[in-house]
Design a protein around this ligand. Structure first.
Ligand SMILES: [Zn+2]
Length: 309
């Protein structure tokens, strides 16, 4: 069954300044590599809807959603934190990014697709319950996971986060929630300097030292993630798919290569095939070296689609 690829032109209009690394060209780089690889035509393309307040409110207090709506400028740029800003198009981009993840859940749970990838921005995993942070406004993967739990009645879902930064927002939202387990790797010590201080029992965090690469990723996945996932038996698996741990990405100092993204995707897909009916929803997080981002996203999508290189 073909993989759904969900995006929207609004996500290209959100800009945070001329030299900001989280820029519209990131999505174009993914599209370019999909075309170059020949994978684009084997995906089914969907336009992202706007998330509703009801969907956002499963994760964020409505006061927070209202404050974001009120902060949206008519012109120019307003800063929400030192590295997160809104232009006049950001609100719709953020609503599309969360809405894409909700549509992905609906498509996968209605069996129209086994898996779906949301090529969207702003990213989400630093967005806490009531705080924008680190380029993120709404926590897209958390909105999707809660939609699967509360609108579709699932009982157990797993969130897998391989972005180079700890998904502190996702942890803030799900710590102690017995219906959710989160497995992550991240560079440590590094922004946002969280994830290592006595995490909740449903958090399977593996901090990696600067310079770590594929070997350390394999140890983390085999020794920590896979046993936890086998025991938890998720009914659906979510990826916070950030590609900024790539060796070519100078945002951080991990040393993953393209093939590592295929490998980690395949390991998690095997769990989803065994326990979750193959149901996977993946949402884009970081990844700032454009060529490496595009190539790595293709590796991830190729495995999700079951298309060999
Ligand atoms: Zn990141």
């Amino acid at each position: 069954m073909a993989v759904a690829f969900i995006t929207h032109p609004d996500c290209l209009k959100h800009e945070m300044g001329a030299h900001h690394p989280e820029r519209p060209e990131r999505l174009s780089a993914i599209e370019d590599q999909l075309i170059a690889s020949g994978l684009r035509d084997s995906l089914v393309h969907h336009q992202a809807p706007l998330a509703t307040d009801e969907q956002l409110a499963r994760v964020h207090p409505l006061d927070y959603v209202r404050a974001i709506r009120d902060a949206a400028p008519q012109r120019g740029t307003v800063h929400l934190d030192p590295d997160t800003a809104m232009n006049p198009y950001t609100l719709n981009a953020a609503l599309r990014a969360a809405g894409a993840a909700v549509l992905a859940v609906d498509l996968v749970l209605s069996r129209k697709h086994d898996a779906a990838f949301c090529s969207v921005r702003p990213p989400g995993h630093h967005a806490c319950r009531a705080r924008p942070m680190g380029f993120c406004i709404f926590n897209n993967v958390a909105v999707a996971a809660r939609h699967a739990l509360e609108a579709h009645g699932l009982e157990r879902v797993a969130v897998i986060d391989f972005d180079v930064h700890h998904g502190n927002g996702t942890e803030d939202i799900f710590e102690g929630d017995p219906r959710v387990m989160m497995a992550s790797i991240f560079q440590h010590p590094f922004y946002p300097y969280s994830g290592t201080d006595n995490p909740a029992g449903n958090m399977f965090n593996v901090p990696l030292a600067a310079g770590s690469g594929g070997r350390e990723l394999r140890e983390a996945v085999q020794e920590v993630w896979l046993p936890a996932l086998e025991e938890f038996r998720p009914e659906m698996v979510f990826f916070s798919a950030g590609f900024d741990a790539h060796a070519e990405d100078d945002m951080a100092m991990l040393r993953f290569v393209d093939a590592d993204y295929a490998w980690v995707t395949a390991q998690v897909k095997a769990i989803a095939d065994r326990h979750s009916g193959g149901r996977i929803v993946s949402t884009l997080e970081g990844g700032y070296a454009l060529s490496a981002l595009g190539r790595s996203a293709v590796q991830h999508l190729r495995v999700l689609a079951g298309v060999s290189a």
